[in-house]
Design a protein around this ligand. Structure first.
Ligand code: HEM
Length: 530
């Protein structure tokens, strides 16, 4: 039929409906009318004005005028690929999530990697967090594991996300600087937000300048839940580990590449897949119970904390393989809509206050980014599982629902979608605690122990790179008080780190910030934890 041969799997079949090969076909308008002349507009005489009547010109220009959509409010710059997830195990004793139902089971995926702060056309190799978003097209609907390449985050509560992003984006009065973090506003916010301490260590480390998307780890960041068919649940942290190894650039390489080849990571991913060198990651789970979590010296609902692997080992459960580039960047990579709220039976949220805010944010932003409430019908977003419900209408509706009934219960349709009951998604029943209150659990206030743990886990060379990154960033901060406050924050993490950074800036180390809590610092791993 003239269509490209792109193999046969569950995600290809629905996408085949909309794949088009224009090669050697007659040019038409969007109404399918053959176009006789694509070079000249219709004029009143060869030297006369163009006529309103030229519907072919007007359709072509009108469509062009509306070709751009808003870029993502964060993670605007990204690259993506198709592939599959293969389960090594049958995990049904732990989770009913369909991808883990059998040894060797394959689930189609679409994965998008991204930077966070830069605009859609910005360079790939800047110092920034990288997004690592995986859409699993499971038998029970789409599951999106919308993670990052660092296991912790800048803030503890969704309430602060717009402030964080406003501090990172170019300043509103002059649109500068475009660099991810090298400016006063970000360091102003950071130095006033001690909860950022741990993430700052990752962000100034080599992790923030990956060598390739193919050599980058990924993390779900939040604590999630895995739930089995009996409703029994455990806590879980998700880890992606690249089989090619984890590698970074050094700063000088990153800075040069940013100028010489702004598409460095995009090109690398594309060419690797194109040449048959399919990137692979293993999925690891850290699984622990509520009772274990209660013994940890940190709160598992706090997204600025990791669960150290000395406390809970990572169990490898499957492999992700990216084996096909998209056919069309806009249709797939740009229009894909990942969403932290997309979970399937067997996966559930926790009360992490950052995750709770994310559950709202993605659908909300996509309604404006992708134009209305029907963006789930854009082919790349459509589940392999079927959709049956009583939702109707809205701009650009594609599905043609038949019959006179779009409500439930009804006695007229002779069969309408029915509730799936226990086969469907059932939230973990969790007793709600106490009064409505704004605030944080006590353990959220220990901002420095894990930042220090990260620092002392680094090799001497890696520590030198971190010191160099802080010096680079802070020399570009023009307000002396912001530099001083940041040094004070570093002094809370490690006196040697603060002294080395201060030395590079020609400054004294100010006294550490007052501790956020009276709790004594603790050691890892605490002997009583498990
Ligand atoms: C993208 C909000 C925290 C990972 C986005 C987008 C929004 C957003 C609005 C753009 C979505 C789109 O236009 O399609 C938030 C909010 C957060 C938060 C409100 C905190 C309250 C996080 C965290 C992670 C993360 C903690 C990592 C675990 C991502 C990724 C993307 C993204 C990977 C890009 C998805 C893609 O490739 O299309 N976020 N985010 N975000 N976010 Fe978040």
């Amino acid at each position: 039929d003239g269509q490209p041969d792109i193999g046969d799997n569950a995600i290809n079949r629905p996408l085949d409906r909309v794949r088009v090969d224009d090669t050697a076909r007659e040019l038409t308008t969007n109404q399918g009318v053959p176009v006789a002349d694509n070079q000249n507009s219709l004029k009143a005489g060869l030297r006369g004005p163009t006529l309103m009547e030229d519907f072919i010109l007007r359709e072509k220009i009108t469509h062009f005028d509306h070709e751009r959509i808003p870029e993502r409010v964060v993670h605007a710059r990204g690259s993506a690929a198709h592939g599959y997830f293969e389960s090594y195990d049958d995990l049904r004793a732990i989770t009913r999530a369909a991808p883990f139902a059998a040894v060797g089971k394959r689930t189609p995926v679409f994965v998008r990697f991204s930077t966070v702060a830069g605009e859609r056309g910005s360079a790939d190799t800047v110092r920034d967090v990288r997004g690592f978003a995986v859409k699993f097209y499971t038998d029970d609907g789409n599951w999106d594991l919308v993670g990052n390449n660092m296991p912790v985050f800048f803030i503890q509560d969704a309430m602060k996300f717009p402030d964080l992003i406003h501090s990172v984006k170019p300043e509103p009065h002059n649109g500068m600087p475009q660099a991810a973090s090298a400016h006063d506003t970000f360091w102003d916010f950071a130095s006033l937000s001690p909860e950022i301490a741990h993430m700052l260590m990752w962000h100034t480390s080599d992790r923030a300048i990956p060598r390739s998307y193919r050599t980058m780890q990924g993390f779900g960041v939040h604590t999630f839940r895995l739930v089995n068919a009996k409703g029994e649940w455990v806590f879980c942290k998700f880890h992606w580990t690249p089989l090619a190894g984890t590698y970074s650039l050094v700063w000088d390489e990153a800075a040069r590449l940013t100028g010489a080849d702004p598409d460095f990571h995009r090109r690398d991913l594309w060419e690797a897949i194109d040449s048959g060198q399919f990137p692979e990651w293993e999925l690891g789970l850290q699984i622990f119970t509520e009772e274990q979590a209660a013994q940890f010296p940190f709160d598992v609902l706090d997204p600025t904390k990791i669960v150290p692997e000395e406390m809970v080992a990572v169990r490898t459960v499957g492999k992700l393989v990216l084996d096909r580039n998209p056919d069309n960047f806009f249709a797939e990579t740009e229009q894909v809509a990942f969403c932290a709220a997309h979970v399937v039976p067997g996966i559930d949220f926790t009360n992490d206050p950052l995750l709770q805010g994310r559950i709202h944010s993605y659908i909300d932003t996509q309604i404006s980014r992708l134009g209305g409430a029907n963006f789930h019908e854009i082919p790349i977003n459509t589940p392999v599982a079927q959709i049956h419900n009583n939702q109707r209408d809205g701009i650009h509706r594609q599905q043609i629902n038949r019959g006179r009934v779009s409500y439930e219960p009804n006695s007229l349709a002779g069969g309408c979608p029915f509730q799936a009951g226990a086969r469907g998604f059932v939230s973990v029943p969790e007793p709600s605690q106490g009064n409505e209150v704004r605030g944080k659990p006590e353990l959220f206030a220990d901002h420095y122990s894990q930042a220090r743990l990260f620092w002392i886990s680094q090799s001497v060379t890696e520590q030198r790179h971190i010191i160099g990154a802080f010096r680079f960033e802070l020399t570009r901060v023009q307000t002396p008080a912001i530099r001083r406050r940041t040094l004070a924050l570093l002094a809370n993490i490690d006196a040697g780190l603060a002294a080395a950074v201060a030395d590079g800036l020609g400054m004294e180390v100010p006294p550490p910030l007052p501790p956020a809590t009276d709790r004594p610092p603790y050691d890892y791993p605490p002997s009583s934890a498990l």
